[in-house]
Design a protein around this ligand. Sequence first.
Ligand code: DX5
Ligand code: ZN
Length: 221
Amino acid sequence: MTTKIAPSLLSADFARLAEEVARCEAGGADWLHVDVMDGRFVPNLTFGAKVIETVRRLTKLPLDVHLMVVEPESYFDDFTKAGATTMTIHAEAAPHLQRQLVRIRELGCKAGVALNPGTPLAMVEDVLADVDLLLVMTVNPGFGGQKFIPHSIDKIARARRMLDEARSGAALEVDGGINRDTIAAARKVGADTFVAGHAVFSAKDLAGEIAALRRLTMERA
Ligand code: DX5
Ligand code: ZN
């Protein structure tokens, strides 16, 4: 599978959103990662359908929407209409996970499931057939610019094995603290899709940073 770089708009300058989106697109981003937080599942509040729809009008890139919210199903219709490509829900917030994933696919989106650092992979073992993307969080969600949790590497490796054993073609995404120091190790153990917020948007040369991150994912040991 080819690796993908997904800048997280959480770290973008929202006063210049159109320009930031254009910079990502011109800079070779594969997807744009959109972090929806409700102030309940995580202690922070960001944005919803209005911003997704705005970003949708600014780019043709796939929109990788990460729902850090309770009762995620109440947003599915609006986010689909707004132009989400993938909707990723947290296993911790989805008691009827299988039904919720099926619903996302029914709406025509790709279905993703995310796990917090403290949540075991076993939580998703029985829904892999319903999943297009598995997101292993490498920080506790809520804020950009946090430090990558080092023992996530072992979990990513186990997630890779679990997907391979299930013959799943799902993307294996990592999110949180991904930068030049951490991306190669995550790639080496099998992640293929890399969200990066702070690293991309704090760089002087955004395109150069995306290229550097991509190069590091290609140096497979
Ligand atoms: C964390 C979010 C991330 C965040 C990543 O709650 O889910 O997508 O934007 O930001 P960095 O790359 O700065 O850790
Ligand atoms: Zn995210």
